[in-house]
Design a protein around this ligand. Structure first.
Ligand code: ZN
Length: 444
């Protein structure tokens, strides 16, 4: 029904949609009073200690969830850390039935599957009203770049019908574009439409934000009406951020989240460290032995525990995402929250194999910024040990000298006998879900 209404609204004449987007000014009307209250509480309280919430959830889970019945009740974080084992995707898929609470009201929950493409999806039971926390915290984070329930252009994983250039959801205030049609012609259409609607926020994957920014820059289009890109769900590369913020002069707001939705954090108005949101979930960073990391500069795995899902609580869930610990206080915005940086998802692997079996990470292949500035795109493909294809999209600044430097660079990074083929292309390869990953590898 909702889908039917939306489809038909978006077929209304464009000026009516423009009016609807303008009239829609009340988040509580859209998302309900519970959302409005939660959002308000986030805006008002600077600091929030989630330890009590965690302890409540843990003790209730021990009573209600068969999988956790083996544990003793806890009263401190120390008890929690010393007692609870880590779980991961495999544990959850094997134990789906006994991870469900015996006392929950089934009507309040629904089953979702995550990580749909590449690998086996994970089935989870989640609260139907989860959007209250999820949207509130997200919108609160976006307010760091002065987002106040504005209309957004969304260029993500939506595939539209051939005949549709975009669709409009005046309720969520989204003008949605096709995330699988990213070429110059379509970028021009996107530009014309966001200008027509005077849209100030563009919600896109970092790789798309970057590609679109290059298009705007190369065609010398006016982008001064756009305030910020809102970007998440992919690794961010320095050259992307630098180009968008320095060359194009648009703010770039990035956040970290993961498909099981236990941890969320983003930039603040002044710093690109990720501020972990304590109302969203309980965060830990652990080393290989499972010990908590709280020394700046150390890298570990992100582990999350739900604070809201009593129906199927995931406790100490290892995300397979890694980050560097920065601290527990942001001097710039004054918030006392955990700060991390250099987040990297390793689900798709980041290792490239040389001819002798040694490995180099994609991070270690990074080169100088000025070399990046001559590229409009970069991707690594490995289907065989010792052979690497480097896909490169050149831009106008690219010269023979750049090519030589690239070759030297790669030669210096790999063991003898490794073949590196530089291939110039017009387009990089996206995964079926529309996301970009820097390395596509079939080598195990
Ligand atoms: Zn801050």
């Amino acid at each position: 029904m909702k889908k039917f209404i939306l489809n038909n609204i978006s077929r209304l004449p464009i000026f009516i949609n423009k009016l609807l987007l303008k009239l829609n000014r009340s988040p509580s009307l859209i998302y309900g009073q519970e959302y409005a209250n939660f959002f308000k509480s986030l805006q008002e309280e600077e600091e929030y200690d989630n330890e009590k919430d965690l302890i409540n959830l843990i003790n209730r889970s021990i009573d209600d969830v068969p999988y956790y019945s083996k544990y003793q009740k806890i009263s401190t974080i120390k008890d929690f850390e010393s007692q609870f084992d880590f779980i991961d995707k495999d544990v959850v898929s094997r134990n789906f039935d006994i991870l469900k609470s015996k006392t929950m009201n089934e009507d309040d929950y629904e089953i979702v599957t995550t990580g749909g493409t590449g690998g086996n999806p994970l089935k989870l039971l989640v609260p139907r009203n989860r959007y209250i926390v999820e949207l509130s915290v997200m919108h609160d984070m976006w307010s760091r770049v002065e987002f106040r329930h504005h209309t957004r252009a969304v260029i993500r994983n939506r595939k539209l019908e051939e005949s549709q250039e975009y669709i409009i959801n005046p309720i969520t205030k989204e003008v949605i574009f096709d995330g699988f049609r990213l070429n110059s012609n379509y970028f021009q259409k996107i530009y014309d439409i966001i200008k027509f609607f005077n849209i100030q926020y563009i919600h896109a994957y970092p790789s798309t934000a970057y590609e679109f920014s290059r298009f705007i820059y190369d065609n010398k289009l006016d982008i001064s009406f756009v305030k910020a890109f809102l970007s998440g769900s992919e690794n961010v590369y320095k050259y992307q951020k630098e180009f968008i913020t320095k060359k194009l002069g648009v703010l770039f707001y990035n956040w970290y989240g993961h498909s099981e939705k236990l941890v969320l954090g983003g930039y603040c108005s002044y710093s690109d460290n990720y501020h972990i949101e304590p109302r969203y979930g309980y965060f830990e960073l652990i080393d290989r032995e499972g010990n908590p990391i709280n020394t700046p500069g150390r890298v570990g795995e992100i582990v999350g525990t739900t604070l809201n899902n009593y129906g199927m609580p995931l406790i100490r869930y290892k995300t397979d995402d890694y980050a560097e610990y920065v601290g527990n206080y942001c001097e710039k915005c004054g918030r006392r929250v955990t700060l991390i940086k250099n987040i990297e998802g390793r689900r798709n692997g980041n290792k490239i194999y040389g001819a002798d079996g040694s490995t180099v990470t994609t991070t270690a292949l990074n080169f100088h910024d000025d070399l990046y500035m001559a590229l409009a795109g970069l991707q690594y493909i490995q289907n065989e040990k010792g052979v690497l294809d480097v896909l490169i999209i050149k831009n106008n600044y690219f010269t023979e000298n750049h090519e030589k430097r690239l070759k030297d660079h790669f030669k210096s990074k790999f063991s003898l006998g490794t073949r590196v083929n530089i291939k110039y292309v017009d387009k990089l390869i996206k995964k079926p879900n529309g996301k970009f990953v820097e390395l596509l590898s079939t080598v195990k």
